[in-house]
Design a protein around this ligand. Structure first.
Ligand code: ASP
Ligand code: MG
Length: 406
């Protein structure tokens, strides 16, 4: 029998009516003759509330107890869904991470799954029972509950799908799939039928928050076919698959943006070995992540400007750190700007097509948008622009790459 893993996020299980609706979707899959494991999140808003309780109880909280508290939301949903399934005449039981077990390391609050023993669960499939699994949690080597980081139920679902050798892992959510870009900004955005793991990874890490980034990495490494679809509509969603499965490769599949960027320029730093290390070393030590970097060559072997980006949350810390080290780093001036946005075009087809970057630059130029920083990877070109032009840039690029819906 085909094994299917279904995962329902917080908005899909927001209240009892929603959970009853989920039970119907599970039953439909059971009626198609599949063995089904369902992974659930906490009801919408519950995890935030629990995190808040923990911070109020103890500012310097013990992360093991944090995990005990915040993992409890999933336990409630799992029990309720099992009950609703039973009410529909579908045999079902709930499983906590430790009962399966799902093994995790002891990095409480952001643990990683180290292994799953699915045998007990599979045995129950033999008895026609649906497994309702609490997402987001595993058991540590010390027998304690360990949570997998916010959004971690996606990772539970993909990991379990891999362990079960499932045919597909369906991630039900409040959007009906992955779009070519943010439909709230570009009304002509289209839902994609398929997207490759690599493209999805770039989209996810750029803030298109449909799937937890780690779950996409895992799906790619384990070859799990993932489908993102709506729990509220009966429509096919977007399949996240291997490149081989996509026959007609688009040169550009999607356009993502991130407002969580801030730019720092060090004016006139010396152009000699060790200078970059002297700047980025202390930033790394302070756990400040640097994303895009540009440095000019100096015409006379003297001084050059160095520009880079950090997240907005890290901007003040980064500026302070660089100011404190001004005497060592030796720069003439420091300029910073949080009013920037990073826009990226993404597509595996870029590997075999020339001129993709040029059309991006031309399109932006035609709209009078100045590019401040550029960075590229094999399947992505990113530019940093003034935040004011976000919408204009996204719409123009969407049209230029032929992505508009007709
Ligand atoms: N409930 C957890 C969270 O809100 C895990 C999840 O929903 O994936 O982060
Ligand atoms: Mg989620």
């Amino acid at each position: 029998m085909a094994r299917i893993v279904q995962k329902f996020g917080g908005t899909s299980v927001a209240d009892l009516d929603c959970i009853r609706n989920v039970a119907k979707r599970v039953k439909a899959e059971v009626d198609r003759g599949s063995d089904v494991a369902v992974i659930v999140s906490a009801m919408a808003g519950v995890t935030n509330q629990l995190v808040d309780y923990v911070s109020q109880a103890s500012a310097l909280h013990d992360t093991r107890e944090y995990d005990v508290v915040v993992s409890s939301g999933e336990q409630v949903t799992a029990g309720l869904l099992a009950l609703c399934l039973q009410e529909l005449g579908v045999p079902a039981r709930s499983w906590m991470g430790w009962q399966i077990p799902i093994h995790a390391d002891d990095m409480h609050g952001k643990a990683r799954i180290t292994g799953i023993e699915p045998d007990r669960l599979v045995k129950k499939f033999g008895e026609g029972q649906v497994a309702v699994v609490a997402g987001f949690q595993g058991v540590s080597p010390h027998g304690r509950i360990a949570t997998l980081g916010r959004g971690g139920s996606d990772t539970t679902a993909v990991a379990l799908a891999a362990a079960l050798g499932a045919e597909r892992c369906d991630i039900f959510t409040d959007v009906d799939g992955v779009y070519t870009t943010d439909p709230r900004i570009v009304p002509k955005a289209r839902k994609l039928d398929k997207i490759t793991y690599e493209e999805m990874l770039e989209m996810a890490s750029l803030g298109a928050k449909v799937l937890q980034t780690r779950s996409v990495e895992l799906a790619m490494n384990m070859g799990v076919r993932v489908q993102v679809l709506s729990s509220f509509e009966d429509l096919p969603g977007t399949l996240v698959v291997d490149e081989d499965e996509i026959v007609e490769k688009q040169v550009v599949s999607g356009i993502a943006y991130s407002r969580d960027e801030a730019k720092i320029t060090l004016v006139q730093v010396e152009d000699k070995p060790g200078v970059a290390a002297g700047i980025f070393g202390p930033l790394a030590d302070a756990n400040i992540n640097v994303d895009m970097i540009v440095q000019n060559i100096s015409p006379d072997g003297g001084a050059t400007d160095l520009t880079f980006t950090v997240t907005r949350a890290d901007l003040n810390r980064a500026v302070k750190l660089l100011q404190d080290r001004r005497d060592e780093i030796r720069y003439k001036d420091l300029i910073h700007d949080a009013g920037v946005v990073k826009v990226s075009v993404i597509g595996v087809g870029m590997r075999s097509h020339a001129g993709v970057a040029l059309s991006m630059f031309t399109t932006l130029a035609e709209k009078g948008i100045n590019i401040q920083v550029i960075s590229t990877s094999e399947i992505k070109i990113s530019v940093l622009i003034d935040e004011e032009y976000t919408e204009l840039a996204l719409r123009a690029l969407h049209t230029a790459y032929g992505l508009d819906a007709d």
